[in-house]
Design a protein around this ligand. Structure first.
Ligand code: RB5
Length: 161
C-alpha cells in the first residue's frame, strides 16, 4: 500500500494546544468547521490554567496515528515546543510554519501530517492563511517519496543495523 496516496482518512482534524496556544484556537476551530472539517478538540480549553504542551501534542497525534484524524493542528506559544513534542512520535511529520508557503510546501514535499503554529507569534488572520495553505497542499510524490520514507523508523533500523 502507498502510505502517501491521497488520503481516504475521515475529513477530521485533531486540534491540540497548551494555555499559550489557546487564544488562536477558537477562530481556527470555527474556520475549520466552516470549511467542512470535523474537529476533534483534545484540549486544552483555557488560556489561564497552565498545562504542558507535550501532553496535548501526544493526544492530538494519537488521533492521527490511530487513523481517526487526517491531520493534527498543534498550537503553543511559539509553535516550536509542541512541534518538537509531536515529532517524537515516529509516525508524525510535524511542520512548524509562520507563513503560508512553508505550510504548502511541507504538504507537497514532506507529506506533513501535523502543523504547528505559535499563538504568541502570529495573529488569527495569518494563522488562518497558513492553515488554508497546509490543507490545500497535496503531496507531490515522485522524488519526495523515497526521502519521506527515509524518515521512518524501519529505514533507520535497517540502515543502522
Ligand atoms: C508556554 O509558556 C510556552 O513555553 C509554550 O507554549 C511554548 O511556546 C513552548 O515552546
Amino acid at each position: 500500500m502507498d502510505q502517501h496516496a491521497p488520503s481516504t482518512r475521515p475529513r477530521v482534524i485533531a486540534v491540540g494546544c497548551d494555555h499559550a496556544g489557546y487564544p488562536l484556537k477558537p477562530d481556527l476551530l470555527a474556520h475549520l468547521e466552516a470549511l467542512g472539517w470535523r474537529v476533534t478538540d483534545v484540549g486544552t480549553h483555557s488560556a489561564t490554567e497552565r498545562v504542558d504542551y507535550p501532553d496535548f501534542a501526544a493526544l492530538a497525534c494519537a488521533e492521527v496515528v490511530a487513523g481517526r484524524a487526517r491531520f493534527a493542528l498543534l498550537i503553543c506559544g511559539t509553535g516550536i515546543g509542541i512541534s518538537i513534542a509531536a515529532n517524537r512520535n515516529p509516525a508524525i511529520r510535524c511542520a512548524h510554519a509562520s507563513e503560508p508557503t512553508t505550510a504548502r510546501l511541507t504538504r507537497e514535499h514532506n507529506d506533513a501530517n501535523a502543523l504547528a503554529l505559535g499563538a504568541r507569534m502570529i495573529g488569527s488572520a495569518l494563522a488562518t492563511d497558513i492553515l488554508d495553505a497546509f490543507l490545500e497542499g497535496q503531496f507531490e510524490g515522485g522524488r519526495h517519496t523515497a526521502r519521506v520514507a527515509k524518515l521512518t523508523p524501519a529505514f533507520s533500523q535497517d540502515t543502522l543495523a
